[in-house]
Design a protein around this ligand. Structure first.
Ligand code: SAM
Length: 248
């Protein structure tokens, strides 16, 4: 069928590949992959053969390449978009082709599946009824602190992606902005053999990161600000807000 399909790929456990992903890999006319070697490796592990053409589709070429791929869809192609792991567009390529498809009135659909955001959120034990996803924190310390301060009174659960070489510094920054007592979870290597979820307060997780630095891929989940914290912050900044208002 002539369409663009964004398909989620496993984030560690090959068994999480959906039947639909397998079929799309086999039958799509074009597979637009963040890394062509990785998608070939995935197909090999899934024991499927990619019959269409494979083309590199990454952060540096997705804008210019989207129109060419969509021209193909107008000629009848099914274009499959996959990233290295998880859901395309979630801190991965894909948004450019979705936007252009919408602008050009071309059908775009999704074969959903694994994504580290939802996996970590669901396992965190923190409220899941509303949350915000913040991707990776800015690299520069001053930018990171400014960004975190903007989230100081965020009432929803907050999800960040993090890397092993910045986690120690980020824990210091989280402690400084959110204080020691906020509940949080640190998820690592989700769906893989060494999957681990550390849960506790920011202070406890910071200590755990110092004494046992986590390796592999990481997600941080931070509890949202309580009504009391929001009211206290508002008072600090001169605004008058009741705890009930702050809770809204
Ligand atoms: N598109 C992906 C998704 O839907 O989750 C995210 C891609 S982003 C470039 C890669 C980051 O996602 C990693 O640095 C890590 O923070 C997180 N991540 C991906 N796989 C993970 C896993 N198995 N366990 C924990 N975090 C993971």
């Amino acid at each position: 069928q002539a369409t663009v399909v964004l398909a989620a790929t496993p984030i560690g456990n090959t068994g999480d590949a959906s039947q639909r992903l397998r079929e799309l890999l086999q039958y799509a006319d074009v597979v637009a992959a963040e890394d062509t070697r990785r998608v070939l490796d995935l197909a090999r592990r899934l024991n499927v053969r990619i019959s269409g053409s494979i083309t590199a589709f990454h952060d540096h070429n997705e804008r210019e390449k989207s129109d060419r791929l969509l021209d193909g869809v107008e000629q009848g192609d099914c274009v499959l978009v996959v990233s290295d792991a998880g859901m395309p567009t979630i801190n991965d390529p894909g948004l450019a082709i979705v936007r252009r498809a919408i602008e050009r009135g071309i059908a775009v659909t999704c074969a959903p599946g694994p994504s580290a955001v939802l996996d970590a959120l669901a396992l965190s034990g923190l409220p899941t009824d509303r949350f915000c996803y913040e991707g990776f924190l800015p690299r520069k310390h001053t930018d990171r602190m400014r960004h975190l301060r903007m989230l100081q009174t965020e009432p929803r659960t907050i999800v960040f992606y993090e890397t092993t070489h910045r986690i120690a510094q980020s824990m210091d920054d989280l402690l400084e902005v959110f204080g020691p007592d906020r509940p949080m979870a640190l998820a690592r290597e989700l769906t893989k053999e060494y999957e681990q979820i550390r849960r506790g307060t920011i202070e406890q997780i910071r200590h755990s990161v110092q004494s046992d630095p986590p390796r592999g891929e990481l997600v941080l989940v931070i509890g949202g600000a309580s009504a009391q914290e929001i009211a206290a912050q508002a008072e600090h900044s001169g605004a008058v807000l009741s705890v009930e208002q702050a809770a809204q």
